[in-house]
Ligand binder design. Sequence first.
Ligand code: NAG
Ligand code: NAG
Ligand code: NAG
Ligand code: NAG
Length: 486
Amino acid sequence: MESLQYEGTQTRLCICVALLFTLLFAGCWAQDEADLVTSVPGLIGIPNFKHYSGYLQAGPGKYFHYWFVESQNNPSTDPLVLWLSGGPGCSSMEGLLAENGPFHLNDNGTVYLNPYSWNKLANMLYLESPAGVGFSYSISGNYQTSDPQVAEDNYKALQQFFSKFPSFASNNFYVFAESYGGVYAPSLSQLIISRSTNINFKGMGVGNGMTSYALNDQSLIYFGYYHGLFGDDLWNQLSQYCCSSISCKFYNSSSTNCQNAVTLYQIQDTGLNIYDLYGQCYGGVGSSARYAADVSNLFRQYKFTFKAPVSAVPSSCPSVCVLAGQDFPRCINGTAMYYWLNDPTVRAALHIPRSIQTWELCSSTVGSLYQRVYMDMSPFYQDLLQRNVTLLLYSGDVDMACNFIGSKWFVEALNQQVVSQYRPWFYNNQIAGYVEQYEHITFLTVKVKTVSLNEKVTLGTSGLLGGHGVFVLKTTGLTVSLTCYL
Ligand SMILES: *[C@@H]1O[C@H](CO)[C@@H](O)[C@H](O)[C@H]1NC(C)=O
Ligand SMILES: *[C@@H]1O[C@H](CO)[C@@H](O)[C@H](O)[C@H]1NC(C)=O
Ligand SMILES: *[C@@H]1O[C@H](CO)[C@@H](O)[C@H](O)[C@H]1NC(C)=O
Ligand SMILES: *[C@@H]1O[C@H](CO)[C@@H](O)[C@H](O)[C@H]1NC(C)=O
């Protein structure tokens, strides 16, 4: 017999008797009201929307943590948007707490309401996927998974969401994801359109997404050269060794000279914030233990092995780095989230049982065991395009993890009919980015530094992933997309 109690006093206690604590989840949390969050530690005032945190069963013994925030506008008629962050292995809590979500963290650990939260317009469902990420877990403790398995698990978790919140089944439903979520979103969307009759699926959005390894790698060389990240000597080598008279192949050349030139390029950017070219690199120049993991989405054809120099804890880094640094992507300061989400009162408020692991921004266990299966997402896009759903690929234009050129090429290669040629779009009477519309798909860039709504954003401290996460601007992007595109 085992009983499960939550830490803290404000949380409604849920005590059940069972042998497996998983059974407890099913038994106690069958109704959404048990998941209602009644306090947000560190927030002054009460939000004007309801929100829920708990678990969705994503398969036998697998439980995904979700945090569902209702719209501040009209929950019953506003769209429902599923949000998936990337990695693989990174937590969607980053989306909620540092990008497009309603609750943002101050340096001193207090919480404020993000005035540009997407839940101004939409009901937002943040899902920590796959098992082992954030507060999500698997009873078996086996955290090996793969692209198709994640799609299945996400689909099951979504079905569970709709059984917990049946009233949202009629809302227009969208899947949004960023980064490696560029693999999760189309694969999940395809399962939804091919199987589900109970989801009112309308479209999908992917921000700085992993869509094609080949195009992402190929374009990164051009991005680097034309942003001044390497000089003409290297450029000449790349041109000489990787290009023929008709084309260049940077991503899968069989020439050792070309591969070496590409390696050289890789090594060179160790001091840059790969997610935000013009942003700060927390911890400063120098390599880190996670460098290999951070560039693991790039140039996989070449099976580069990256040495991890020992300088994992830069001198500018406080002791928290030792504690929390391992599972943060390089240059990213996730200290505030780490402390806040692991605070016992916060965990209690979010209905996270004590037995659940310490929250990390990215799980290196999940990341290192992950099996990548889909190298090019275009077959999924072609399927979705045939169903007439609306698709949006948007890119912060200073991200190098999934750069905008690769995404642009990806959309072009889908060969859809152009509805409106590549042109600027505007915000506050400034060019805020560029957009090209095809029949069912839109490509949109966000000129990251144009819209500096306050100093925090300018400095990139609020938008955790800077150009990659396109945080405030992404909000603008969604506003645009909800009103114009979706
Ligand atoms: C990292 O974040 C913490 C908490 O938000 C903050 O106190 C600290 O100054 C940040 N460090 C750097 C180098 O930006
Ligand atoms: C925490 O920081 C915020 C933003 O700087 C500030 O408004 C607030 O007063 C601070 N709260 C405490 C308790 O220090
Ligand atoms: C590189 O990719 C192209 C198509 O994407 C393929 O035809 C070619 O065989 C690949 N080359 C190598 C060396 O893997
Ligand atoms: C998609 O739209 C086209 C033309 O608008 C129509 O002919 C086709 O039947 C639609 N397909 C589906 C699956 O709704």
